[in-house]
Write a protein that binds this ligand. Structure first.
Ligand SMILES: NC(=O)c1ccc[n+]([C@@H]2O[C@H](COP(=O)([O-])OP(=O)(O)OC[C@H]3O[C@@H](n4cnc5c(N)ncnc54)[C@H](O)[C@@H]3O)[C@@H](O)[C@H]2O)c1
Length: 395
């Protein structure tokens, strides 16, 4: 269930490993593309896997589910764009896609089936799935239900699906065992057994760990700016301590995982996830802080030169060398400057067109601009022969 960045590679891998796979998605374009043996998402090697699976008949995509031995759910888990948890003043996780997919498979489930949730989920979601199935009339004592969070890195998915260790947790011991036996059939990493809740929390912990550590670096960059200390020099000196490893600051934190999943913990924590919540807010604040820094420079330029500054915003993606704009702080910063009537040249070497504004070639933007805001450390920018050392909004 779900033929996206996680579901399709998993389906294609299994279909090349002697499983007969029925791939389901609500997106007709995705279904048609897959059934032609082609792919609708970008991921190295995925096209080869899909083509051979479809040609051999072991992968077929459809809008409707069908009967199966194993059901895997890999649908999106964003947060609600328009709802706020008033107790914690934080975004609310949206598990509607999981509920819908669970309801859709209910009438196809038979005794002995294994139901696997792979979507990154708030703690308790696997148990909630079991309740949904029970309400739909499924005898949940006759089936196995488990969670195994996916931790692959886009760009390396086909390799990491096999090589990474897998955490597997069922709603009971039998479910854990059944799910672990299944993953053992294609995972070369270790398959680690636990409970459903611990498996859910493991994934959220991994992403929160990254968020908290990046927030520390981002906070340092703001403090150092006030104290007129070069944060990069500071961090490289501190990291000479044998047990210290401070990460690099940037213009915020983006992507659909690290900037989203920690909120799943905060939402369910009744105000007790203080550090995780503060890290999220610090990383979000860093983007606003960068906007203010750029605006100040632009206003100083205008005062000195009697005209508005032209600002090059270098990079829009949420991390270097990709075209993914989801939750990107660089995109947020650029859009905010444009909305506030600043004169912006937006640069993103990995994207040709963007619906919100015009994308400018980076060489052109550098020639024409008065202020260059290095937002994302794309390889093209690292190769530029600039007079000053590049800083990428560590500032
Ligand atoms: N992409 C990653 O790098 C990554 C890594 C680890 C974990 N995850 C997690 O995996 C989950 C899926 O992420 P993704 O990147 O594959 O998302 P995605 O948006 O690429 O794909 C999800 C697919 O599910 C489909 N879908 C939605 N509702 C459906 C339904 N009821 N039935 C069938 N299909 C349905 C959508 O049309 C879409 O094609 C999320 O929880 C995400 O956080 C993603």
């Amino acid at each position: 269930m779900g033929m996206g960045y996680i579901g399709l590679p998993t389906a294609a891998l299994l279909a090349n490993r002697d499983y007969q796979v029925h791939g389901v998605d609500i997106n007709q374009h995705a279904i048609d593309t897959i059934n032609r043996g082609e792919i609708h998402i970008v991921e190295p090697e995925l096209d080869t896997f899909v083509r051979s699976a479809v040609q051999s008949g072991s992968l077929v995509a459809n809008i409707e589910p069908s009967e199966a031995d194993i059901f895997m759910i890999a649908v999106p888990t964003p947060f609600h764009a328009d709802k706020i948890n008033e107790r914690t003043n934080s975004p609310i996780p949206n598990v509607d896609y999981i509920v819908d997919a669970t309801k859709q498979i209910a009438s196809y489930i038979k005794p002995g089936n294994l139901i696997l949730l792979e979507s990154t989920s708030p703690v308790g979601t696997t148990d909630m799935m079991a309740s949904v199935l029970k309400k739909e009339g499924v005898d949940i004592d006759s089936i196995f239900i488990a969670h195994s969070p996916e931790r692959v890195l886009p760009g390396h998915i086909m390799r990491e699906l096999i090589e990474n260790d897998r955490v597997v947790g069922g709603i009971n011991n039998e479910s854990t065992k059944k799910a672990a036996d299944f993953y053992q059939t294609f995972v070369e990493g270790e398959v680690l057994e636990t409970t459903a809740k611990t498996a859910e929390m493991t994934k959220l912990t991994e992403n929160s760990f990254r968020d908290v550590n990046i927030a520390f670096a981002n906070e340092l960059s703001i403090l150092c700016d006030n104290m007129d200390i070069d944060v990069r020099e500071l961090i490289s000196l501190a990291n000479r301590h044998p047990r210290v490893n401070v990460l690099s600051p940037g213009c915020g934190v983006g992507g659909h995982c690290i900037s989203v999943d920690p909120w799943f913990i905060v939402d369910g924590a009744n105000g007790k996830a203080k550090m995780i919540e503060q890290a999220r807010r610090t990383n979000d604040y860093k983007a606003d802080w960068v906007v203010e820094k750029i605006k100040n420079e632009a206003l100083i330029f205008e005062k000195d030169n009697g005209r508005k500054a032209i600002i090059a915003c270098m990079g829009l993606a949420f991390k270097p060398n990709i075209d993914d704009l989801r939750e990107s702080p660089a995109l947020y910063i650029t859009q905010k400057l444009i909305n506030d009537d600043f004169n912006v040249l937006a640069v993103e070497p990995n994207i040709k067109n963007y619906s919100g504004f015009k994308i400018v070639e980076y060489q052109d933007a550098i020639k024409r601009s008065d202020i260059i805001a290095m937002l994302v450390a794309h390889k093209e920018f690292l190769d530029l022969n600039m007079e000053t050392q590049l800083n990428f909004c560590g500032i």
